[in-house]
Structures are given as structure tokens and as C-alpha cells.
Design a binder for this molecule. Structure first.
Ligand code: 3JN
Length: 342
């Protein structure tokens, strides 16, 4: 019965019409996900708005607990809706893939990056969590290196695009940058704590009692869960930069076994979902402007870390709205189909 359903296509709902919700619709259509019917749900403020899916116009409906009746698969783009409605969607028979942090660390909720821990989806009980964008691109690169030489410690600094904070944050950068270039007074920031145009700040999400930002702790705890290495030592500094799309990360790892830069380059070149761009003499290294619009994770500047006996330094870039959110969520949905779990 399930297989027949999958062949005929699924009833799909996407909750959220922001930058990630729109990317989810685009990726579902691009990858020809078997959709028999689709509805787009959002807050009452966005209800009535029109969005496009596969060349068709859809009217956004208000999210209510009843809106999930008959839905097989529900993608939550993030935000408050997950807390309010994800359980209701599951109660009505939908499988939920949730892009918010709400359920990521719950022991009975798989947290999945298909290139890293695909089998984890098999234990789902209705909800599968999509990791934070900065976590996803990091673990895709760490996994093949960990399998080869066991990573003992990770030090990461991020350079995160404004689209990670949503469509309004992108508009804030656009308006501020325009004002600065015209030598005008920019309006005070609404989304970010400080002006972002021609600036950056080491502050993403709220500060916690331990001195870390919540974004930093998400990267640490989610990576440990996905890699199934709760003891792996990881520290992070997350920084917002004036880039529209594409998160970048400077990552230093310390390994138990020795990996040369050349070995790491070969392992990464063979790893699923990874593209090695590493020819500094030709000025080739990953860039957000090249990663934007792509689904792979790009890695370059691969070199042996001179400060430790066995360690590597890497530069990793990916499209935070696609691989960091929408594409990873749709890949999880594809896994569910492959494993007959929908
Ligand atoms: O700022 C970024 O670049 C990523 C932001 C992610 C984010 C923003 C608001 C709420 C999340 C997330 O995915 O962790 C959440 C959240 O769900 O907690």
C-alpha cells in the first residue's frame, strides 16, 4: 500500500513561506520529488499570499491543527510553527521533517545528514530533525576524515550569511548597504543587534550562561549527536558577516591518526556531496558567491596544521538555504521513500 502511494505521489505540506520555505518548494520541484498534491501553510499574516511551485501558483493557507489532515509528508521550514504544530501533524499521520532546533537534541528524534548518518532515519517516530545550517556543512566534511583518522578535537569559526536569519535580514543588509554607499543615515537595525553592512559581529542567536552563543552550542551538540561521538571535543565561534547567501567555516581538526593534506584531499574528493576546490596557486578555494545556488559542500585550503602533531586546517563553504536547510530536508524525504518509511 505504502509503495503504491509513493509511486502515485505524496500529499505534501510545507510550513513557512520565508527564505527556507521558498527554497524547500524550489528543491522539491527541481528534484522531481513525487508530489501528488501540495499545500503551503503559514501564519495568518501570510495566509492568502501566493507562492510558486513547479510553475504553478499556490495560495498560502493558515496553519491550523486540522490543516494536516490527509498529509503524508510535512516539511517545517523553521520558527515557532514547529513547536505549535509538528506534534499535531504527526498525530494526523504525517511524517514531519523539521528545520527548527525544537526537537534536534531529543533522544528519540533522529537528527540526519544523509551523507553522514542516513540509517538514523529508520528509528523515526514521526519527527526527523534537520540540523542547523552551520552543523550540516561541517559534518559532511568531518565524517570521511573521522572515519579515516578519528577526530579528537575540532575548532571552528564561522562566517555566516545574513540569509541564515531570514528574508528580513537580507533586506536589512540591502537597505543599510545602500544607505552607506549613498552617504546617508541608515535606519537602525531591526533584525540584528548591530549594523551588518560593512561590519561583522561574533553574535548569532542568544548568549548563554557559559559565554557561548546558542548557535555555537548548536554546532557542538548537534555534531556530537550526528557523529555519534558525545565525547568529541568541539569549540565554535559563530560570526555574522555581510554576505547574502553562503556560510563559510574555518575548521581545524586534531586527529588520532596521521592524515597528510594529500590524503585528506583524496578522501574528500571521494566523499558524497563534497567538492574539493583546492588550488591556491590558481586562486581556487571555496567562495560563497560560487557555492550559492549549489547543493554540494565545497572544501579547500586543505593543509597540515603546523601547530599540532596530527591536525588539518580546512575552509568549508555551502549554500545555507539549500544544503544547510532545504536540500538536506528534501534528501531526508528521499531517504524515507528509499527505505519505504513514508
Ligand atoms: O543564523 C543562521 O545563520 C542560522 C540560523 C538558524 C536559526 C534561526 C532561528 C531559529 C535556527 C536554527 O536553525 O537553529 C533557529 C532555531 O530553530 O532555533
Amino acid at each position: 500500500m505504502r509503495e503504491v502511494l509513493a509511486l502515485a505521489g505524496l500529499q505534501v505540506a510545507v510550513v513557512g513561506t520565508g527564505a527556507v520555505g521558498q527554497a524547500m518548494l524550489q528543491v522539491l520541484a527541481e528534484r522531481s520529488f513525487p508530489v501528488a498534491g501540495i499545500k503551503v501553510l503559514a501564519t495568518s499574516r501570510s495566509a492568502g499570499k501566493k507562492v510558486r511551485f513547479a510553475g504553478e501558483e499556490l495560495h498560502v493557507e493558515e496553519t491550523t491543527p486540522d490543516a494536516f489532515r490527509g498529509i503524508d509528508l510535512c516539511l517545517f521550514a523553521g520558527g515557532e510553527a514547529s513547536k505549535q504544530f509538528a506534534r499535531a501533524a504527526v498525530a494526523q499521520g504525517a511524517v514531519v521533517i523539521d528545520n527548527s532546533s525544537t526537537f534536534r537534541l531529543e533522544p528519540d528524534v533522529p537528527l540526519v545528514v544523509p551523507e553522514v548518518n542516513p540509517e538514523a532515519v529508520k528509528s523515526h517516530r514521526g519527527i526527523i530533525a534537520n540540523p542547523n545550517c552551520s552543523t550540516i556543512q561541517m559534518v559532511v566534511v568531518l565524517k570521511p576524515l573521522h572515519d579515516a583518522a578519528r577526530i579528537k578535537r575540532v575548532v571552528v569559526s564561522t562566517y555566516q550569511a545574513v540569509s541564515g536569519a531570514g528574508a528580513e535580514a537580507m533586506e536589512e543588509l540591502r537597505v543599510q548597504a545602500g544607505a552607506v554607499l549613498r552617504d546617508e543615515q541608515a535606519p537602525p537595525p531591526q533584525v540584528f543587534p548591530w549594523p551588518i553592512a560593512f561590519n561583522l559581529f561574533p553574535h548569532i542567536d542568544v548568549f548563554l550562561d557559559n559565554g557561548y552563543c546558542k548557535e555555537e552550542m548548536k554546532m557542538i551538540l548537534e555534531t556530537q549527536k550526528i557523529m555519534e561521538e558525545p565525547e568529541m571535543r568541539i569549540t565554535a565561534t559563530t560570526v555574522r558577516v555581510p554576505v547574502f547567501v553562503g556560510h563559510s567555516e574555518a575548521i581545524n581538526i586534531e586527529t588520532e591518526g596521521k592524515l597528510t593534506a594529500q590524503e585528506a584531499r583524496r578522501l574528500l574528493a571521494e566523499a558524497p556531496g563534497v567538492v574539493v576546490e583546492d588550488d591556491p596557486a590558481a586562486r581556487l578555494y571555496p567562495l560563497p558567491i560560487r557555492a550559492a545556488g549549489r547543493d554540494e559542500v565545497f572544501v579547500g585550503r586543505i593543509r597540515e596544521d603546523l601547530s599540532v602533531e596530527r591536525g588539518l586546517a580546512l575552509w568549508v563553504v555551502a549554500d545555507n538555504l539549500r544544503k544547510g536547510a532545504a536540500t538536506n530536508a528534501v534528501q531526508i524525504a528521499e531517504l524515507l521513500l528509499e527505505y519505504n518509511l513514508l
